[in-house]
Design a protein around this ligand. Structure first.
Ligand code: SF4
Ligand code: SF4
Length: 478
C-alpha cells in the first residue's frame, strides 16, 4: 500500500441515534458502518493522506484483515484513492438521443384566474387567450414517437393557462392518443394540473374514465388561498375551488389526487396549510413549492421566510416519520419524494427530465425545455413542424452536465440536487445553466434531514421501503 488519499467530496458521515452512517455521495447509497469501519473512515477524514505505516500504527491490535477490508471497501467507493484530487463521479456523459417519455401540451395561454404571483410569461386573460390547434397537438405526439419510438409507456401532460379552458382539445387529443398508442402496443397516460374552477361532475367523470393524474393548485385555508389566487375581477377564488375540490375528491376513483401549494412572500404556515388541504379538503397528497425566483421579486420568500418554510417542512417530516413507523403514509409529497430518491438511489447528473425525458410544446408548436419556459425569452429547441433542434438541445444539456469550476462538483448533495431547476436559475440569474446557488445551504440541510429520517424509518420498520430497496442489492442499506 503506497500513499492513499481521502476523497471528502464522495463521503458524507451522518450520526443517527448513535449509529454511524455513510452517505455515498456519487450514488446516494446509504451504509451503516460498524465501529472499526467508522474509525477507519474517521482516520482518513482527519488525516487526508495516509500510508501503510500510519494505518498499522493507528490500528495496532485490530484484526489486520478487517482493517484492510475496510480500506478496500472505501477504495471501491472512491472514498479513498491512490491518487489525490477530485475525480469526476463518472465519465462525462454524452447525449446521443433523447429518451422522451413525456410531452407537455400548453393547450391554452388563457386562464380564468389571475393569481398575482403567476410565473407564466405567456399567460393571457380569457379574452386574449391563444389556443393550441388539434393539429399541433397531434404533431407533438408525432415528435414524441419519432424521438423515442421504443418505450412502452408515454405520458401526455395538459397545461395552460388553465387547461380546462380548452377541454375540447383535451378530449380530442385523448380520443386520438388512446387508440393510436394501443395500436402500437404501448400505454399512454394523461396528467393535468388545474385550478379546479371549471370542473363539473361530468368533466370529473370523464377525467376519471381516462385515469387522469390530477393535481389541484390550491394554497391553503381561505385567508391564505385568497391572498393571491384571485379571479380576473380580483375576487378570492377559495370558495369555488374548495367546493369543486370536494366534489372532485368525492367522485374521483381511478387515482389519488394531490394538491400543489405555492408559497410566496408572507406565507410560511406550511403545517396549517397541510392540515387544511389534507384533512379538511381531503387531498391524498400535498406538495409545497416555495417561490424564491419569481419574475416579480415582491412575491419571493425572503431568506428568513424560506428558513421558516423549511423548519415547518421538517416538522411535517417528523410527522411523516411517525406515520411511517405505524406503517402509514402521511401524504406529504416533498418528504415522500426525497425518501423515494434515497430509496431508489437516484444518482442524477441533471436536475430533472426537462430537455431529456420531457419537453413542452407551446400553443404555437414551439418546443421548450419544460412547461415553465413557454412564452419566455429562453431559446426554443425546435418546432413540431420542423422537428427537434437536436444539436442545440444536446449543447444545452452538455453544458449543464459539465460541473467544472462549479460548486456542485464537490457538493455532498450533487447526485440529488444536480444544480437545481433550470427555470429557478433562469428567473434568478437570467441563466438556466447556472446552478441554483441561492438556497444550497437549506437544500443540504433538508437532504441531511431526509437521510436521518430515512435511516430511522428503515431501521425501525425495514419493510416500509422494501419494494424499492430490493432493486439495489449492492447497497448495504442503513
Ligand atoms: S446547486 Fe448548490 S446544493 Fe445543488 S448541487 Fe449545486 S452546490 Fe449543491
Ligand atoms: S426545469 Fe424546473 S420547472 Fe422545469 S421540469 Fe425541471 S425542475 Fe421542473
Amino acid at each position: 500500500m503506497g500513499q492513499l488519499f481521502f476523497q471528502p467530496q464522495n463521503a458524507h458521515r451522518v450520526r443517527v441515534d448513535g449509529r454511524e452512517l455513510l452517505f455515498h455521495v456519487p450514488t446516494t447509497a446509504l451504509f451503516e458502518l460498524d465501529g472499526l469501519e467508522g474509525e477507519v473512515l474517521g482516520f482518513f477524514a482527519e488525516r487526508g493522506t495516509l500510508d501503510a505505516h500510519e494505518v498499522a500504527a493507528r490500528f495496532a491490535g485490530q484484526d489486520p484483515d478487517r482493517v484492510a477490508g475496510s480500506i478496500k471497501d472505501l477504495m471501491d467507493l472512491d472514498i479513498v484513492c491512490d491518487a489525490g484530487g477530485p475525480k469526476p463521479d463518472r465519465p462525462a456523459a454524452k447525449i446521443e438521443q433523447f429518451p422522451l417519455s413525456t410531452i407537455v401540451l400548453n393547450v391554452n395561454t388563457g386562464c380564468n384566474l389571475s393569481c398575482s404571483y403567476c410565473y407564466k410569461e405567456d399567460l393571457d386573460t380569457p379574452k386574449n387567450n391563444r389556443r393550441m390547434e388539434f393539429e399541433t397537438a397531434v404533431r407533438s405526439i408525432d415528435l414524441l414517437l419519432k424521438e423515442s419510438p421504443d418505450r412502452d409507456d408515454y405520458n401526455l401532460v395538459f397545461f395552460g393557462g388553465e387547461p380546462l379552458s380548452n377541454l375540447g382539445l383535451i378530449k380530442a387529443v385523448v380520443e386520438h392518443a388512446e387508440p393510436r398508442f394501443a395500436a402500437l402496443g404501448k400505454r399512454v397516460s394523461f396528467t393535468m394540473t388545474t385550478n379546479a374552477t371549471l370542473l363539473t361532475e361530468e368533466i370529473v367523470d370523464w377525467l376519471d374514465a381516462h385515469r387522469f393524474g390530477l393535481t389541484i393548485s390550491m394554497d391553503g385555508p381561505k385567508a391564505l388561498h385568497d391572498l393571491r389566487r384571485k379571479t380576473v375581477g380580483g375576487k378570492g377564488s377559495y370558495d369555488v375551488v374548495a367546493a369543486k375540490a370536494r366534489m372532485l375528491l368525492a367522485r374521483y376513483k381511478s387515482r389519488p389526487v394531490g394538491a400543489r401549494v405555492t408559497l410566496t412572500a408572507g406565507v410560511t404556515a406550511v403545517e396549517e396549510i397541510f392540515e387544511h388541504l389534507k384533512y379538511d379538503i381531503g387531498f391524498a397528497e400535498v406538495g409545497m413549492a416555495p417561490v424564491t425566483s419569481g419574475d416579480m421579486a415582491i412575491f419571493n420568500l425572503s431568506g428568513d421566510e424560506l428558513a421558516e418554510v423549511f423548519a415547518g417542512m421538517k416538522r411535517l417530516g417528523l410527522r411523516y416519520r411517525d406515520a411511517a413507523l405505524r406503517g402509514e403514509s402521511l401524504g406529504f409529497s416533498n418528504i415522500q419524494n426525497l425518501m423515494k430518491d434515497l430509496t431508489e438511489g437516484r444518482a442524477r447528473s441533471l436536475p430533472c427530465g426537462a430537455g431529456l425525458g420531457l419537453l413542452a410544446v407551446d400553443h404555437a408548436g414551439e418546443v421548450n425545455l419544460c412547461h415553465r419556459f413557454t412564452g419566455s425569452d429562453m431559446e426554443t429547441f425546435g418546432h413540431v413542424d420542423t422537428g427537434l433542434r437536436r444539436e442545440a438541445l444536446k449543447g444545452f444539456l452538455t453544458q449543464r452536465l459539465d460541473r467544472t469550476d462549479k460548486g456542485c462538483a464537490t457538493c455532498r448533495i450533487r447526485s440529488i440536487c444536480s444544480g437545481g431547476c433550470y427555470h429557478e436559475s433562469y428567473a434568478h440569474f437570467s441563466d438556466p445553466l447556472k446552478p441554483a446557488y441561492h438556497y444550497c445551504d437549506l437544500m443540504r440541510d433538508w437532504v441531511d434531514f431526509g437521510i436521518r429520517l430515512y435511516s430511522e424509518i428503515a431501521a425501525a420498520r425495514p419493510g416500509f421501503f422494501a419494494p424499492a430497496t430490493a432493486a439495489r442489492p449492492q447497497a448495504r442499506r442503513a
